[in-house]
Design a protein around this ligand. Sequence first.
Ligand SMILES: Nc1nc2c(ncn2[C@@H]2O[C@H](COP(=O)(O)OP(=O)(O)OP(=O)(O)O)[C@@H](O)[C@H]2O)c(=O)[nH]1
Length: 480
Amino acid sequence: MDGYQYYDDEESISSAGGGYDQPNALDAPDDDNNGFAPTYLGGGHLPSEEKINFDDPRIASLPRILMMGPRRAGKTSIQRVVFHKMSPHETLFRLEATQMLERAVVDHTPLCRFTIWDFPGDQYEYGYEDEEDRDEVDYNEGIVDGPNSSQAKGYDEIFSKATALIFVLDAQDEPYDHVLQSFTDTVTRAVRANPTIAVEVFVHKVDGELFLSDEAKYDCRRDVMQQVADELADAGLSHDTIPISYHLTSIYDHSVFEAFSRVVQRLIPELPTLEHLLNVLVSTCSMEKAYLFDVASKLYISTDSSPVDMQSVELCSDMIDVVLDVSGIYGMGGISSTKKNTKVSDVPIAEEGDEDNVFGSEPLDSANVSTDEVDLDLSNEGTGEDELLGKLVGQASTPDKREEEDVNDGDAGSAYDSESSSTIHLSNGMVLYLKEVDTMLALVCLTRAENFRKKSLINYNIGCLKNALTELGNKTSSPR
Ligand SMILES: Nc1nc2c(ncn2[C@@H]2O[C@H](COP(=O)(O)OP(=O)(O)OP(=O)(O)O)[C@@H](O)[C@H]2O)c(=O)[nH]1
């Protein structure tokens, strides 16, 4: 199985916490997995061995996302919630401070592969001995050579090969002065080493009492942007020379998925083609909106060019959860990745008065649906109770042909396959339609009920999109 491959670079990065008397943090990585269980989601095409060699040209050539920021800003939590399906509350007690650089390969679909480099907090000090050292830096001339200049040069090497830099800032940890000073150091260093690097700031943890209103969030972002602009100006730079994107994020809502989606979209060279294909589909089928979702991470990797409405993205993302959860339970096959990561209790159960939740306690019984109508088109519906129980506890007996196929397919198996599709009729006259279009990739579209009558025609057009995506994926897979 492969997809999301976790790699703990224990030996290669050894100066956690920026301790200057420790060995160079950026020594050449060693290829051992060092005991951290690699975790995989989805079916990909890169090597799935437990030991991942980041020097392998196939992995080394993937876009790199660097995650930096102060200690406890939330870097690891973001990764775990988005790519590992960890529940936000679990991050409170399951995560320890990152001691060494951790790298991971995300390989869900041919169109969207990348590596994530999660740096321990405070690793971005670049070998300054003290504040005076920092003040001596002339950004146009280069960093002063100090006792840790080799470490600083190691960072230059890393930045030069990175595609995006995500700087995570804890919005609840005011004042930000020191953090933003470090950010300015990081960004100037990064941009000098790599002028094309995309710089993204996650103004993170915008939740809780401090950020109850949207206004408070926007104020916070404005404040951060202003301070960054001041810091850059002090360094003789400006936002014009260094384009920086700012995102308000929290692991407790959908914002972190939205922000990461936008980061990932910038990694995809085929994005304009994807957008064009979706535009054609939307206009041909009179749809309102169409998204291409990576079902394993629930990041949307592309959409048509009409404006994105956060609520519709969230709705589509929830639909993926529903489809995976329900097919994970009622679909045929062995234990899928979804089953492993999804508790049975995660399947939405309608509560009294919950108008939006269209599922009753028996998800396949449309009689439970009141004003809304659900049409779950599961490729293989469960039958007897015994069989269902057997599946729930993962006790598949003799594997049938289908199960063997699932095993060969990897984790993309039973919960999500080429037959996966689902239709949800919303009470406002709109229809949500999900259809598999590629390995771990789903088209989720929003359309008016009156434009959804000719479903076979829509399916035909989606089939054309699917062919185009396969072709694009093949091109992407072949060496560039
Ligand atoms: N309120 C709130 N807490 C968060 C959020 N994201 C992460 N946290 C909490 O922040 C704490 C630190 O998170 P980590 O992910 O370990 O932070 P980190 O940046 O990886 O820290 P280092 O490993 O020390 O570099 C954890 O207790 C998380 O539960 C968020 O969006 N909102």
